[in-house]
Design a protein around this ligand. Structure first.
Ligand code: ATP
Ligand code: MG
Length: 771
């Protein structure tokens, strides 16, 4: 153990060695917070604390697995195995299964993912005859989510005039009714959504003192990573569980709080000292991750935020390279630059793909990066986005499997009752739903008792329904003895799913089959893995639990050497030698939706701080001159965050010749320019320039004199523009018309622009204003 403790500095040792009592470690990025938690757990065990009594909560299950593996290295496998580690959701889902009957839930309850919730909400909006343009299901879902995370139950909602008034003011007076129906339907389906996992845990711990006492006694030592991003519901759980022994250690960085939009409450960190007696507060100041340049640049950014705890972060690491800032034409150009830079870095420094990460503000930005990496033959992996388990064909298989475990599961049933088609139409389903509501039973129960319920369904359809019930019941019988893999393999065949997907021999159809195979392979691995562990059996229920709780980070296996692509939100806690932060533009980052208040802008700034501090050796920032947003090509302006970094840490690349080597690739922004006619200004000898050019907002176009740009009805352009006219172009600025050529749709103008020289533009596409 001494050997391991010597891997900590003095500041890190103090919280590691303090065995008991409440403590908080507040420290900047890369200062070893996660390392302290890991070593602390190992040290607790070394001092004789039973791993059974330690609970550690992390941001992803992957982080938990890594932590456990590291601890196992220190204290040995068999000891580490009994630690309770994972995300809030995965740990409390386990506890809820054990205690489900207290809350009237079956222990095999289903966990609805957001797709399931969305489908149910859309159903309810339809059923209540509400206008779906006013009651947008995503907004409704996020509203319900925020009630739950603030522990506002349906009853509490209806007892709170302020909440009702707020929804009335937002022109959604029926929100409460939707909420109530949603909760009822989930309950009847034996299902919990993600927010329920926390809400119901709170309910369990407050309503049943004996249950609370049991888990308080069990979890004598509680540790929480990324504490700055806990929401109110999570906060209350931690507080309740730690109340008796008060051995609670939380670590976090207020400067990295980036989940306020999902209800994270930074006050949890700020008020920690108020919540417990005798809190020890530790600070770590030395960053081990990044170069001086990166650490100082990140400090200069976060300094601009007013709401923050004062912190020192320094590093003894090398000065390192300056942060490279590059301006590109558009997203295609940006992708090509990033891909070629990765390629060069790999060649010059003998690096692996996994040494690189590309981070972006929104998932949509990944496409251009993927295209460029593919063309360069660089392997990459996208984290987040639509996860494997949310693909249609996979959800179809999973729905059958979910029904086996929990036949009340309404969303699963609706998904597969008539897929593959077996002649059970929407009308029948609607009638079943009405009957289920009338008898206060699940649809499956109604289907099992068709003879006893009052329902208008003809005998042919009744037979089909009863065949379906028989099929599911036969799977249930098999589930009593078979493992998850064998059962699933049987189900995809017996249900007709494979046959159905095999009908489609297009590449997409074939991919679907391959995905199902991939899932079965995964199940096989799962079964094999579980065999080695004493406390699990590789059952279907266990597999489904794993799938339901896999976070965006966990869904992706670490298979091989790949460049990592992900949103900045997902990158929290991670580190990479080389980091490219792309799309550094106003309205994208900071996001247009987060610029209304100072606190929103400060959250964006913290997000940038998180992004930059992921880099160990070298960071790159790129922005483009124009970008498609909401289907329109717009001028982009460099992000204010670039300006906020002290210049001494930056190196601005001069746009290079190669980026414009093939202007046809970028014809969309140039108008239809003939390549050989383009004369770019020669790049100056100097390779760096001080600041990106200041953005001058384009003048409003006067509609009367506007020509071109519509891409149709070219006759209109004849005669409107003449030699000698002075025109203005959104990007190239003012210019003089030298020549008009061609007629109709082919009319071209040769224009000498102030910024860009002579260009030939196809008037059909060029957006010009005659001055
Ligand atoms: P973040 O805020 O990004 O989550 P963190 O504070 O959790 O960062 P860690 O991830 O624990 O920081 O540590 C950052 C890096 O520094 C890791 O690679 C870790 O192994 C290394 N490190 C931390 N402490 C030391 C130390 N005392 N000696 C050597 N390396 C260290
Ligand atoms: Mg960390």
């Amino acid at each position: 153990m001494e050997k391991y403790l010597s891997q900590l500095n003095d500041a890190q040792l103090a919280p590691t060695l303090q065995k008991d009592g409440p403590m908080i470690v507040i420290a900047g990025a890369g200062s070893g917070k996660t390392r302290v938690l890991t070593y602390r757990i190992a040290y607790l065990m070394h001092q004789g604390v039973d791993p059974f009594n330690i609970l550690s909560l992390t941001f992803t299950n992957k982080a938990a697995r890594e932590m456990k593996a590291r601890i196992a290295q220190i204290v040995g496998d068999s000891e580490a195995k009994n630690l309770w580690m994972g995300t809030f959701h995965s740990v409390f889902a386990k506890i809820l299964r054990i205690e489900a009957d207290r809350l009237g839930y079956p222990s095999n309850f289903t966990i609805y993912d957001t797709q399931d919730s969305d489908r149910l909400i859309r159903d309810i909006i339809k059923q209540l005859n509400l206008n779906k343009d006013i009651y947008k299901y995503k907004q409704v879902r996020s509203r319900i989510s925020s009630y739950k995370n603030s522990l506002i139950t349906v009853k509490a909602y209806f007892n709170n005039p302020e909440l009702i008034e707020a929804d009335v003011a937002a022109k959604r007076p029926k929100m409460g009714d939707i909420y109530k129906e949603y909760v009822d339907r989930c309950f009847k389906a034996g299902a919990m959504d993600f927010d329920d996992l926390l809400l119901k845990t709170n309910e369990l711990l407050t309503r049943f003192p004996d249950v609370l006492a049991k888990y308080q006694d069990r979890f004598r030592y509680i540790l929480v990573d990324e504490y700055q991003d806990t929401n109110h519901s999570q906060y209350l759980i931690v507080r309740a569980l730690s109340d008796r022994f008060q051995n609670i250690c939380v670590v976090g960085d207020d400067a990295q709080s980036i989940y306020a939009f999902r209800g994270a409450n930074i006050n949890n960190i700020l008020n920690f000292q108020r919540d417990y007696d005798d809190v020890k507060m530790y600070r770590l100041e030395q960053n081990y991750r990044s170069t001086k340049n990166i650490v100082n640049a990140a400090n200069s950014i976060i300094d601009k935020n007013k709401t923050k705890l004062e912190k020192v972060v320094w590093t003894a690491n090398d000065e390192g390279q300056k942060i490279i800032v590059n301006r590109l034409l558009n997203d295609g150009d940006e992708g090509r630059y990033v891909a070629s830079s990765i390629f060069e870095n790999k060649m010059n420094n003998q690096l692996k793909n996994s040494d690189f990460a590309i981070l972006y503000r929104t998932n949509a930005q990944s496409r251009a990066m993927e295209d460029a990496l593919r063309k360069r033959g660089i392997e990459y992996r996208i984290y987040g986005g639509l996860s494997f388990y949310q693909r249609k064909e996979i959800k179809d298989v999973l729905s059958y499997l979910r029904l086996i475990i929990n036949p009340k599961d309404e969303e699963a049933l609706k998904r597969v009752i008539n897929f593959p088609a077996r002649g059970i139409g929407q009308t029948t389903l609607d009638r079943l739903l009405v009957a289920a509501s009338h008898y206060n039973r699940s649809i499956f129960e109604v289907m099992k008792n068709l003879d006893k319920v009052d329902i208008k369904i003809n005998s042919g359809t009744k037979q089909k329904l009863s065949d379906f019930v028989t099929m599911i019941e036969s799977f249930q019988i098999m589930n009593e003895t078979a493992n998850a893999f064998d059962l699933a393999e049987h189900v995809v065949k017996a249900s007709g799913l494979i046959k159905e997907f095999n009908k489609d021999q297009t590449p997409e159809g074939i991919t679907r089959i391959e995905n199902i195979e991939e899932m079965l392979n995964g199940m096989k691995d799962f079964v094999e893995e579980q065999k080695e562990l004493a406390d699990t059996t590789g059952s279907l229920a266990e597999f489904l639990e794993d799938v339901a709780l896999a976070t965006d980070m966990d869904n992706d296996k670490d298979d091989g050497d790949k460049v990592a692509l992900m949103t900045i939100h997902l990158a929290k806690g991670l580190e990479f030698p080389y980091v490219y932060i792309v799309g550094m533009e106003e309205d994208l980052f900071p996001s247009a939706m987060s610029m209304n208040t100072r606190s929103e802008l400060e959250e964006e700034r913290r997000l940038f701080y998180v992004a930059l501090t992921r880099a160990e050796k070298q960071a790159y920032l790129t922005y483009t001159l124009s970008r498609y947003r909401w289907g329109k090509l717009i001028d982009a302006e460099p992000s204010r965050f670039i300006e906020e970094i002290d210049d001494e840490y930056l190196e601005f690349l001069k746009p290079k010749e190669h980026q414009r080597a093939n202007p046809m690739l970028d014809a969309d922004i140039f108008g239809d320019v003939e390549p050989d006619k383009i004369r770019f200004k020669k790049p100056k000898k100097r390779t760096t320039e001080k600041k990106p050019p200041k953005f001058i907002p384009p003048k409003k176009l006067k509609p009367v004199s506007k020509v071109g740009g519509s891409g149709e009805d070219a006759n209109l352009f004849d005669g409107k523009l003449a030699k000698g006219n002075i025109v203005e172009h959104m990007r190239f600025g003012k210019g003089e018309v030298l020549k008009i050529e061609g007629v109709g749709a082919d009319t071209k103008a040769e224009i000498n622009f102030e910024n860009g020289g002579v260009k030939k533009l196809l008037l059909r596409f060029a957006k010009l204003e005659v001055l």
